[in-house]
Write a protein that binds this ligand. Structure first.
Ligand code: PLP
Length: 434
């Protein structure tokens, strides 16, 4: 068996450990996966924050199959196809007012690179070419390409890749267990951390800063919610200094928090927004950047010809567009983009019932997102988180370990019975790893 697994170099995986005891998925439907040996797992992660409408939706499957037969591929440079325009319009209809233009990519990472490049090019188009600095945040995750790794704030993702991109700085993260542990929803304390941006402006001068990029709710380092007032303050400071605000909504987009996008949930509109994942329900890779009218216009006022020398062979891929349109239909028909808000109270109670279990030092939740944080075990940081993940896998639930956090982001179709099962399994796994 081991030899058969050698060729595939798995991403973000302990490959050698995996080959000793592979975890293989074979099938998925609705709220469940099935392992290669036939065990059912309740999906506590919507795959990887992407299968928001649940698995194997026949409408989406049919749309992809039909598109593959009708037109498999269309070159996106200087040529269009109708579904690309239709999907862009449908996404704009869902987006916060003012984000009126969509640039298609194939992943969250590409969306981030695209947004960062648009930000720099925007300032240059307006004659402010000195604005090239990019500000990220500690514990942020913006994918794995050079720009996204540079503005990201996960040390393991950065430290072995050298100097990355020049001119990047970081805000402090907002996670503060001493003041906010076991908060339900947004933490009370920490809005003042947005003032960090004033400090960076004082250090670098606003005339050198192009953009600030944050996840409105940071997912990958274990679900860190923005303190009350924090995003509003960040918005104000950006506007005051002419700095673009980019929200990375790759995981918060498409209903995760109970509104189509987190920007609407928090009442703060960025200048650029990156999305991916839920745009096609995970069925075909796709990402996008949404841009404000002002940003788009700055490019459209330039000389005749190509306004932005940027794009991907697979931008607005016909299969992705077909999947995206079918996905948005399912979301609309079933009210999924607001369903998280309805389920959230039950979800919150269920998660917080785990308080008091051994090693649990925090529980966080919003919409259909949750996290349980553990004190690191004597074996070292991250070991307990991984042990709980494995314990859940063995007992019939797919959850995600992020260091010593378990992050949860189930499909938005989740019912109470699935929540009970998921949280029941989690409780058993936590007790077993104590
Ligand atoms: C906030 C955020 N940005 C970017 C990405 C990268 O997306 P992808 O893995 O599709 O490149 C992710 C992935 O989880 C993410 O959570």
């Amino acid at each position: 068996m081991a030899g058969e697994l050698d060729a595939y170099w798995m991403p973000f995986t302990a490959n050698r450990q995996f080959r000793q005891a592979p975890r293989m998925l074979a099938r998925a439907s609705g709220m469940s996966y099935w392992t290669a040996d036939g065990r059912e797992l309740v999906d506590g992660t919507a795959g990887l924050w992407c299968v928001n409408a649940g698995h194997g939706r026949p409408e989406i499957v049919a749309a992809i199959a039909q598109q593959a037969a009708e037109m498999d591929y269309a070159p996106p440079f200087q040529i269009g196809h109708p579904k690309a325009f239709e999907l862009a319009r449908r996404v704009v209809d869902l987006a916060p007012d003012g984000l009126d233009h969509v640039f298609f990519t194939n992943s969250g990472s590409e969306s981030v690179e695209t947004a960062l490049k648009i930000a720099i090019a925007y300032h240059r188009a307006r004659g402010e070419g000195s604005r090239v600095r990019l500000i990220g945040r500690e514990r942020g995750y913006h994918g794995v390409n050079f720009g996204g790794t540079a503005v990201g704030g996960m040390v393991a993702n950065r430290k072995v890749f050298g100097a990355l991109v020049a001119g990047v700085d970081h805000l402090r993260h907002t996670h503060d267990l001493s003041r906010n542990a076991f908060t339900r929803g947004q933490p009370e304390h920490g809005a003042e951390l947005a003032d960090e941006l004033e400090r960076l402006v004082a250090l670098h001068d606003a005339s050198t800063i192009a953009a600030v990029i944050v996840e409105p709710m940071a997912g990958s380092t274990g679900v860190l919610l923005p303190p009350k007032g924090y995003l509003q303050r960040l918005r104000e400071i950006c506007s005051k200094h002419g700095i673009l605000l980019i929200f990375d909504e790759v995981i918060t987009g498409f209903g995760r928090l109970g509104t189509p996008f987190a920007a609407q949930h928090y009442g703060v509109t960025p200048d650029l927004m990156t999305v991916a994942k839920g745009i096609t329900n995970g069925g075909v890779p796709m990402g996008a950047v949404l841009a404000s009218e002002a940003i788009h216009q700055a490019f459209m006022n330039g000389p005749d010809g190509v306004e932005l020398f940027h794009g991907y062979t697979y931008s607005a891929h016909p299969l992705a567009c077909a999947a995206g349109l079918a996905t948005l239909d399912v979301y609309a028909k079933e009210g999924l983009l607001t369903r998280a808000a309805e389920v959230a109270p039950y979800w919150e109670e269920a998660l917080h019932s785990l308080k008091g279990l051994p090693g649990v030092i925090d529980i966080r939740n919003t919409g259909l997102v949750g996290a349980i944080e553990f004190a690191p075990s004597a074996a070292g940081p991250g070991k307990r988180g991984f042990a709980v993940f494995q314990g859940c896998w063995d007992r019939g639930a797919l959850v995600r370990a992020a260091g010593d956090n378990i992050a949860l982001s189930p499909p938005l179709i989740i019912e109470r019975q699935h929540i009970d099962r998921l949280v029941g399994i989690l409780g058993e796994a936590i007790k077993a790893t104590a």
